[in-house]
Design a protein around this ligand. Structure first.
Ligand code: PLP
Length: 372
């Protein structure tokens, strides 16, 4: 990335030699990403991150489809990231109708239920690849196949989008194998720079750009391109996908060590998400009688960096919409803890967490003010 921050500083829209070098770097980054996705380079749109890609995918397709008279009905799930949920809520203000499908206790959506929800005015289906809280990997290929068959019966093509932001370290991203028409990625989730993203947009899918201006990215996303960012994103994505087998093997081993260690202490330990169809690096636990944030703070003081699965506002605890959709009782949902493992962690770090976490939970539980 470094040469493109300073030495090769030119704007790729220019027509002089240094601008051409910037364009070449961008072209090469686009080709690298296209190769990972099994896509055409022109189907790759560079963005500022997962949120922008998802907003563009959902709003861009929804508005274009409605303009073409295809309808205004959208199908998605209750466990999506807020980038999806708030985008579809936004569209409701413009007259779109949204169906949020339920999930099972593992956070999985049923592909047949998705297909059954599709109507002859459905303009988009959006189902995430992997959940950011509990790590469940959705059966995206089956969903896409079921939607395609349903679309065939209805005599129309219904675009399928997947939020693949969490999947790139451990799962394949071939868009044809997945059967998706749109796919969103965020650079920093796979070791690339923050503030970079990709929207894969299959050729022929109706799309109305959400950022209008100078017409960059083939009119689909105006604005001067982030050349160093895209150079970094493309390299990181290529490396992450080349190493995903090793990533999965290492993080699964660390995950099993962590859970086995904790279960020696707590045989009844509750680990959330799907037992096998999951992100290997994600560990999501629930404890009763504690608030997740308090556990996170106490762990932080011990040098253990984790996050609570619940968002806290000043007046009220707001339990995770994902856990509630999975049927987790509210008391447990409030006491959730998420840890993300990384291949570079060593076994000693895992053993340190196993040693410290039970005492921390007990200490937080003892200090908790009983609910009135
Ligand atoms: C599943 C999922 N989707 C979307 C996003 C948003 O990505 P970004 O923060 O790059 O905009 C995230 C970020 O954590 C995520 O986990």
């Amino acid at each position: 990335m470094q040469p493109f921050f300073a030495g090769e500083y030119a704007n790729p829209s220019g027509h002089y030699a240094s601008a051409r070098r910037a364009t070449e770097a961008l072209t090469s980054a686009r080709e690298q990403v296209a190769e990972v996705l099994g896509a055409l380079p022109e189907e790759v749109v560079f963005t500022s991150g997962g949120t922008e890609s998802i907003n563009a995918a959902i709003k861009g397709v929804a508005f274009a489809q409605r303009e073409a008279g295809a309808g205004a009905h959208i199908v998605t799930t209750q466990v999506e990231h807020h980038a999806v949920l708030h985008s579809v809520q936004y569209l409701e203000r413009f007259g779109f109708e949204v169906e949020l499908l339920p999930v099972d206790e593992f956070g999985c959506v049923d592909p047949d239920e998705v297909a059954d929800a599709v109507r002859d005015d459905t303009v988009l289906v959006s189902v995430m690849y992997a959940n950011n809280e509990v790590g469940t990997v959705q059966p995206v290929a089956e969903v896409a196949r079921a939607v395609r068959e349903r679309g065939r019966a209805l005599g129309r093509r219904i675009p399928v989008h997947t939020d693949a932001v969490q999947a790139a370290n451990s799962h394949a991203l071939d868009v044809d194998a997945l059967g998706v028409d749109l796919l969103s990625l965020s650079g920093h989730k796979f070791g690339g720079p923050k503030g970079t993203g990709v929207l894969y947009l299959r050729r022929g899918i109706p799309f109305l750009e959400q950022l209008s201006g100078g017409g960059q990215e083939r009119q689909r996303r105006s604005g001067t391109e982030n050349v160093p960012g895209m150079v970094g994103l493309a390299t990181a994505l290529t490396l992450a996908q080349a190493e995903r087998g090793a990533f999965a093997a290492r993080t699964s081993m660390l995950r099993e060590r962590l859970l086995a260690g904790l279960r020696r202490r707590w045989p009844e330990l509750r680990s959330n998400g799907h037992p096998t169809q999951r992100l290997p690096q994600n560990v999501h636990l629930c404890f009763d009688g504690v608030e997740g944030e308090a556990v996170v703070e106490a762990l932080n003081a011990l040098g253990i960096e984790a996050s609570a699965g619940a968002a806290c506002t000043s007046a009220t605890w707001e339990p995770s919409h994902v856990l509630l959709a999975m049927g987790v009782p509210i008391e447990l949902a409030i006491g959730s803890l998420r840890m993300s493992l990384w291949p570079a962690l060593d076994e000693a770090a895992i053993d340190y967490v196993v040693e410290q976490l039970p005492g921390v939970v007990e200490q937080v539980r003892a200090a908790a003010v009983p609910a009135l």
